[in-house]
Design a protein around this ligand. Structure first.
Ligand code: DOR
Length: 430
């Protein structure tokens, strides 16, 4: 199968390319980027007129919920949501049932994602057996089976000694440890950020210190073990400052931030909006501004969605009892492009944080349009107006705080391994 993508503006930060080029794809790989006369025979033409052609986006943080919670999402529906949002590679967290703490669960995830054939799904194995924080999981086995990182995400590793051992083992197997930074003794009982809004709502808050104390502990452990720590979903001003200082010190520390922490604050919880209940919680304007500054100064390696599907029943039970999490794969691009239209972030930087940034952080293949690489490509129109309508999502879940927002930016086509897996004009995948 041969495809020619024509008429678009190619932006590939990995090669410092920004210009009007065509791309030729053959046998699933990028054959050439350049100026060609319209290829006449043998090529299927994808017309990217007025659109941006970028490497396929990489999301370091999703929850696909399979096995165990398929009513919220499964590997196929999550992959469909991913490619509809422009993501061709997604890392899926271990908090499934059974937990991905052994090779057989890892193998099952890889098998199902291959059958779906829509996106590169890379499993993240658990740090501890059953995410209980007591005993290390089968890290070596899981890495051998295909896990690219380990994390108890959804829960912190409260025991510092266990976290130290996790870093030491992960070092042997050359995979990063992703920390979900939360001191449970400080966050216990909390439903949202602790501040004026939580007080006005009469809801128990989670102080910023609950996250920051754990980020600092884990940075110290990264220093002690000389191994790669990745800080997930950093949400506070002081937390991102800790990562900045660790990087300046030369430690092997990377981090991600989410579109929701960048664009929303705890005010979104007003009216007891359960779709704004997420962990870590939405913080203050000062925090989100500090995260934006950290995108621009290089402190942040990647923007990751923390796509966390929950059913309507799990959200419509009152703010206090509602599950935590929100979905993000299908809203990330338009939400983030707001920074570009306000000139707070360049388009090149944004694409870099969704492509080469995450690829480099985790030493993953992809995130580039280099000749010979798999043709994982996202084509989007940054100016197309969209109104967020969860009924149109490919995800099985609807728990988004962005409903009805009028934004700009639409994915037109997504290619994975040289195949068009999403075409917005068909609203279909594969
Ligand atoms: O909001 C969240 N939801 N944060 C997490 O860390 C876990 C996630 C989930 O699994 O629902």
């Amino acid at each position: 199968m041969k495809i020619a993508i024509i008429n678009g503006r190619v932006i590939d930060p990995s090669q410092n390319i920004d210009g009007n080029f065509s791309i030729l794809i053959e046998n699933g790989l990028i054959r050439e980027i350049g100026h060609f006369k319209k290829p006449t025979s043998g090529y299927e033409i994808v017309d990217a007129k007025g659109a941006i052609i970028s490497p396929g986006f990489i999301d370091l943080h999703t929850h696909l919920r399979e096995p165990g919670f398929e009513y919220r999402e499964d590997i196929t529906s999550g992959s469909q949501a991913a490619v509809a949002g422009g993501f061709t590679t997604i890392l899926c967290m271990a908090n499934t049932n059974p937990v991905n703490d052994n090779a057989s669960v890892t193998q099952m995830i890889l098998k199902k994602s291959k059958e779906a054939g829509l996106a590169r799904v890379l499993p993240v194995g658990a740090v501890s057996k059953g995410l209980k924080g007591e005993e290390l999981a089968e890290i070596g086995e899981m890495v051998e089976a295909g896990c690219v990182a380990i994390s108890d995400d959804g829960r912190p590793v409260m025991n510092g000694k266990l976290m130290r051992h996790a870093l030491e083992y992960a070092k042997t197997f050359k995979v990063p440890v992703i920390t979900h930074a939360e001191d449970l003794t400080l966050s216990e009982g909390g439903c949202m950020h602790e501040g004026k809004i939580s007080t006005s709502l009469g809801v128990t808050g989670i102080p910023a210190a609950a996250e920051e104390a754990m980020i600092q502990r884990d940075i110290l452990l990264a220093k002690l073990t000389k191994h790669h720590l990745h800080v997930a979903h950093v949400s506070t001003k002081e937390g991102i400052e800790m990562v900045r200082r660790a990087k300046l010190e030369g430690l092997s520390v990377t981090c991600e931030v989410t579109p929701h922490h960048l664009t929303l604050t705890d005010e979104t919880c007003l009216g007891y909006n359960a779709n704004a209940k997420v962990n870590p919680p939405l913080r203050t304007k000062q925090d989100s501004q500090a995260l934006l500054a950290a995108l621009n100064d290089g402190t942040v390696d990647a923007i990751a969605t923390d796509h966390a599907p929950h059913s309507e029943d799990e959200k419509n039970v009152g703010f206090g009892c509602a599950n935590v999490g929100l979905i993000g794969l299908e809203t990330a691009l338009p939400v983030l492009l707001g920074f570009v239209s306000k000139k707070q972030l360049t388009l090149k930087k944004l694409i870099s944080l969704l492509t080469v940034g995450p690829a480099k952080a985790f030493k993953l293949k992809g995130g580039t349009l280099k000749k010979g690489s798999p043709a994982d490509i996202t084509i989007f129109d940054p100016n197309r107006s969209v109104t967020i309508d969860p009924e149109k999502f490919h995800s099985k879940s609807r728990n988004t705080p962005f409903t009805e927002m009028k934004l700009k930016g639409k994915v037109l086509y997504t290619l994975y391994g040289g195949k068009v897996v999403y075409d917005s004009s068909l609203r279909e995948t594969k």
